[in-house]
Design a protein around this ligand. Structure first.
Ligand code: APR
Ligand code: PHB
Length: 390
């Protein structure tokens, strides 16, 4: 098989790039390790910055997002029994975020690829990039007993944190930066009315909690748990009790509980690999960087990579201008590190760190006090949350 762009990974990054390029007449093939059902079965975050939403519209995939997603002009931070609203719209001169689940967004991207006759090869085993430092890179994958080959101009590694693309780069050509946090998030999805129309991030001495939602009939809640905990340690009743303890009384009093329809624990990690290019292979999304979920930057950071990569590839094919490709890694990383900083800061601000010394606790408290005493501090938070410009 021959194509212009060979993409490893059929998650949001790979699908969005493939769809945007298709609309410009640039051909792609996606090799995805898992089945579509598996990819669409993963519950991930659900807050889109306005720039990401605009990219979905540009990809002609924004219709259901605009119809069913909710525009949120603010969110709350709760601590010491009180809620403070962060007025995103007022603080950013009119920007907001869209609450729309990543699962739904991925479904929309798959449907768009189907309508356009896009090639997405599922259950592609042993995907491997080859000759990436040459002008003729290619991919191979196994289909049963057969090994198949896809020749391309460029390879995009959009295969997530555990994918093969980053791991195929020689160690001496890559620098990795990582911080692992000493806790995880236990998440529960339930078919209940959300406790609040806007998200609530809660700091509590027992640990962080988050009240989020997918729609007005589908709630998503999280609590900070030790890394040693398992899902079996948290029957539904105990989860709801613990969540209530960490919320202000007026919020806890209004919490509607019900059976969980999904429950999982995710560790929290910050990670960046530099540079995001090796020869003619470019990394994008979780393949190159991950953030703790606290600032809702994961999917949005993937979106900014795709924006830079898409425009760089357009310049290459339409104008024979390779500046964008040459500068891709630097441009992407400059924004990525700002998202890393913001996610680290929100995580540090709101979680209970088991090894904190009393001095650290005082600083954490002061950071929150300062935030709500300063319009400048609040504006900085809001600017980062709605998404810095591409
Ligand atoms: N070969 C082919 N495909 C692979 C391989 C491989 N060796 N390894 C992983 N994949 C596939 C995964 O099955 C997955 O569908 O690559 C895809 C990567 O998708 P994601 O992990 O969702 O990553 P990405 O597309 O970059 O999405 C952005 O940011 O913070 C997150 O939750 C957010 O998942 C979202 C991500
Ligand atoms: C979610 O709805 O899953 C969600 C929302 C905001 C976050 C993290 C997760 O910061």
């Amino acid at each position: 098989m021959k194509t212009q762009i060979g993409i490893i990974g059929g998650g949001p990054s790979g699908l969005l790039l493939s769809q945007l390029l298709h609309l410009q007449g640039i051909d792609t093939v996606i090799l995805e390790k898992h089945s579509r059902e598996y990819v669409l079965g993963r519950i991930r975050a659900g807050v889109l910055e306005h720039g990401f939403a605009a990219l979905m519209r540009e990809a002609q995939c924004g219709e259901r997002m605009d119809a069913e997603g909710e525009i949120h002009d603010g969110f709350y931070i709760a601590h010491n029994g009180h809620r403070h609203r962060v007025d995103l719209k007022g603080l950013t001169g009119g920007n907001s975020v869209v609450v729309y689940g990543q699962t739904e967004l991925t479904k929309d991207l798959y449907e768009a690829r189907d309508r356009a006759g896009g090639v997405v090869i599922h259950n592609a085993e042993d995907v491997k990039p080859h000759d990436v430092t040459s002008g003729n890179p290619f991919l191979t994958y196994r289909d049963g007993d057969d090994v198949r080959r896809v020749d391309c101009d460029y390879i995009i590694g959009a295969d997530g944190f555990h994918g093969v693309s980053r791991k195929s780069i020689p160690k001496e050509s890559l620098r990795e930066f990582e911080r692992v946090y000493p806790f995880g998030w236990l998440g529960v999805l339930s078919r209940t009315k959300p406790v609040s129309p806007e998200l609530i991030y809660a700091k509590h001495e027992r640990g962080f909690a988050l009240c989020s939602l997918r729609s007005q009939v589908l709630s998503r809640y999280y609590i900070q748990v030790p890394l040693s905990d398992t899902v079996e340690d948290w029957p539904d009743d105990e989860f709801w009790e613990e969540l209530k303890r960490r919320l202000p009384d007026d919020v806890a009093g209004g919490l509607v509980t019900g059976p969980s329809i999904e429950k999982s624990i995710a560790p929290l990690r910050s990670f960046v690999a530099e540079p995001m290019r090796y020869g003619n292979m470019f990394l994008a999304g979780d393949a190159a960087h991950i953030v703790p979920p606290t600032g809702a930057r994961g999917l949005n950071s993937a979106g900014s990579d795709i924006y830079y990569l898409y425009n760089a590839l357009l310049d290459h094919y339409k104008k024979s201008d390779d500046t964008g490709l040459q500068e891709y890694s630097d441009r992407a990383l400059s924004r990525i590190w700002k998202a890393q900083r913001f996610s680290w800061w929100m995580t540090t601000l709101l979680h209970r760190f088991p090894d904190n010394i009393p001095y650290d606790d005082r600083l954490q408290h002061t950071d929150l006090e300062y935030l709500f005493s300063s319009q400048h501090a609040l504006a900085s938070l809001a600017e980062n949350y709605v998404g810095l410009p591409f």
